[in-house]
Design a protein around this ligand. Sequence first.
Ligand code: NAD
Length: 489
Amino acid sequence: MATTNKNQNSDAWEYSSALDTTKVTIESKSKLFIGGKFVSPKSRSWFATINPATETKLSDVACAGKADVEAAVKAAKTALPKWSRLSGTERAKYLYRVARRIQERAREFAILETMDGGKPIKESRDVDIPLAAQHFFYYAGWADKLAYAFPGSTPAPVGVCAQIIPWNFPLLMAAWKLAPALACGNTCILKPAETTSLTALRLAEVFQEVGLPDGVVNIITGEGDTGRLLAQHNTVNKVAFTGSTEVGKLLMRGTAGTGKKLTLELGGKSANILFADAAMDQAVEGIVAGIYFNQGHVCCAGSRLFVEEPILEEVIYKLKQRLGSLRVGDPLDKNTDLGAINSKSQLKVVEGYIRSGVKEGAQLHQLTTKRLPSKGFWCNPCFFTDVQPSHTIAREEIFGPVLSVMTFRTPEEAISRANNSPYGLAAGVWTDKGAKIFEVAKKLDAGIVWCNTYNKFDASSPFGGFKESGFGREGGMQGLRAYVRLGGV
Ligand code: NAD
């Protein structure tokens, strides 16, 4: 069964469009960044990156093959001795300069991120790009204080780091990986996701501008095979991966017994637990932001909502109201709440999950929007009620704007249902009672628990999961640990 909500704004209350029309130049060929220079791929292979909101080609991106991976790893290895011997104070100067340059070029970065990935400009402008700069600022601060982060040990860099990232927060994921690695004296090869390479390559321009020594960061674009070749390379000392649990498992098998360090940030099926005593409007705002932010392309999206039984009807009513006021459409419009799904293949995945929810007997509540552009990959946000824990939509990561609403009667039931998942990335607890927050939060198998808020990030806060959500932490002082050897380990 399905019910639909008309977009209430589409009649009397529609905003006029407020497009960001700033022009951003994009080269027709986006080359690899190796040894401080942009170079054509030895593989002679290229693939198109498109704007998912218009389906127009933005650029042909180099697809790095074996020889290109070899060249990038060699450049990183060559740059390592000098960079790792540089004092922390000197390394920090480069990182501060990178952070400031990202701020100076923030508008360009935000527009490019939105064009290449489909996320609303207000998110790339207010979240992705400022946080990316913040990570470089934050880890610049640690570069000359590593001895204080690990008292009693002498932290040494790990060496050459292979860093493989997904498409949901392209520049931010690059910053999460590169900033701590560089602060600790490592050299890096970054491999962006195939649909979102452009902001990482623009970051390479920033590295050139600030005079980062050649080879300290190399950026090789390509598909899964490029990532596989990079992770398997013998000279690589450390693999840092953010992406699907499936690829994470492959990397774990591939690095086992090689002596390579590994950190994995993988998928999630995070639970938001809403108690009857919570501030209801604030909670509904947080739940909506927790699932529809970045079209649900968020590993820690609060995709399972557990509502205390007596308030279910009220919550459904408020969710429907809020759904009706969300604006789906052109990501470059400053009023847009949900932009385009990142790719056609991801749209098919999300639509498949929505169909499975209906087929398995859950009730679909979906916004219908009149003004979706004729081209592009769009999915109206939705939520399901009458969801059973055995339903596919309640168990598997969807990575789209789809929420499963379920109920509980006691805190114990909420905890056990929230923990009943192979994942353990994030969770949210909404209640008026401080004691309940602490009691519930400490029993949740989740790397991050937000209380009376959701999806809040800060460079000083560690992020990472348990179980099939991976291991290792990024952000904060804890994020340094993956990039140092202490007493040889
Ligand atoms: P993905 O695993 O398909 O791809 C991620 C990256 O790995 C891409 O750069 C891809 O080219 C590369 N890759 C693919 N196959 C590879 C292989 N065999 N060896 C090495 N590299 C390979 O994931 P995706 O579809 O791009 O991203 C979505 C997934 O990422 C979701 O499951 C999401 O939960 C997860 N994610 C997790 C976090 C986190 O911090 N935990 C953050 C963002 C995304």
